[in-house]
Ligand binder design. Structure first.
Ligand SMILES: [Zn+2]
Length: 302
């Protein structure tokens, strides 16, 4: 079983509705093009050739992206049918509103989905994702998501989740390495053109670059998996601190609300979540430790 409620940690289970495994598996299989042993559902499964063979005239005019999107819509049909069959009560409940207990600040990376990583059903986690799960002061998008989650939905836990192989973290390290290299050669760094791709990304990852500077200055191989892993952890811890020290979270604590902020890292090679034990449950008050793998080695081993 690739996708099971058993994947949800005990702590998460306390807060969330476990996903109904049959619909979740069927839907995921459909998107990934996997075959399923249940032949009665096979006709719903998306396979690229299924779309392409609909008709000669359609196939001739469909671009690759249209075929891809058609496949996604086909997968949605499978998902909706399986969901309605396996858990109609949950569908009805979700139609009435949401009451998630968790806010997830994660990376936009296509491999790291809050729901898939935790095995919980829709309605369990309120999510905000951006490149490298940053919480920049003055970012209206992340702040609005946090404000809504904490003060309207009244979530009880906030998870900042980084991941291995993060492109944003690597870009931050690379930028720090490039700056050091220019400095060593006595060259001046040129500012990227305003509005360019380079400037847009450089602005976003500037805080990660700042965090990466000691690595770039001192590590023998700053771009090694080990150094990038270490920078990922540091960045998650800094973000947890920034969220915990935000006025939005402080206001909830001032009201006496039970709210904790945690830092996790998702290991892409194993799909395991690692708790960094760097959380807070009040101003300067450490959050309870969670019973999850806490070492990089544990989390990177299947
Ligand atoms: Zn990432």
């Amino acid at each position: 079983m690739l996708y099971s409620p058993a994947l949800a940690s005990r702590t998460l289970a306390k807060y969330t509705v476990p996903a109904a495994a049959p619909f979740a598996f069927a839907a995921r299989s459909a998107v990934l093009g996997f075959h399923h042993s249940d032949s009665s559902r096979r006709r719903h499964h998306f396979r690229p050739q299924q779309v392409a063979s609909r008709s000669h005239s359609t196939r001739a005019t469909m671009t690759a992206s249209t075929q891809l999107l058609q496949g996604i819509l086909d997968a949605n049909e499978t998902y909706a049918a399986a969901f309605a069959q396996s858990d109609p009560a949950l569908l009805k409940k979700l139609a009435q509103g949401q009451a998630p207990k968790i806010f997830w600040l994660g990376c936009s990376d296509s491999r790291v989905s809050a729901e898939l990583a935790t095995g919980v059903a829709p309605g369990s986690i309120f999510v905000h994702r951006n490149i490298a799960q940053c919480f920049h002061p003055g970012d209206p998008s992340a702040s609005a998501a946090l404000a809504y989650a904490v003060h309207v939905l009244k979530v009880e836990a906030i998870i900042v989740c980084g991941h291995t192989g993060c492109g944003g973290v690597k870009a931050g390290m690379q930028a720090a390495v490039d700056s050091k290299s220019k400095e060593d050669q006595g060259e001046k760094e040129e500012a990227p053109k305003p509005g360019s791709v380079e400037e847009t990304i450089a602005k976003w990852i500037a805080p990660i670059k700042h965090l990466a500077t000691p690595h770039a200055n001192n590590a023998s191989d700053p771009l090694s998996t080990l150094e990038l892993g270490s920078l990922t952890d540091e960045h998650v811890k800094e973000t947890v601190k920034a969220v915990a020290e935000s006025d939005l979270v402080r206001a909830a604590w001032d009201e006496g609300r039970e709210l904790s902020v945690h830092g996790w890292v998702y290991h892409v090679a194993t799909a395991k979540l690692r708790d960094l034990d760097c959380g807070y449950k009040g101003p300067g008050v450490k959050a309870d430790s969670l019973s999850r793998p806490s070492t990089y080695a544990d989390s990177d081993t299947l």
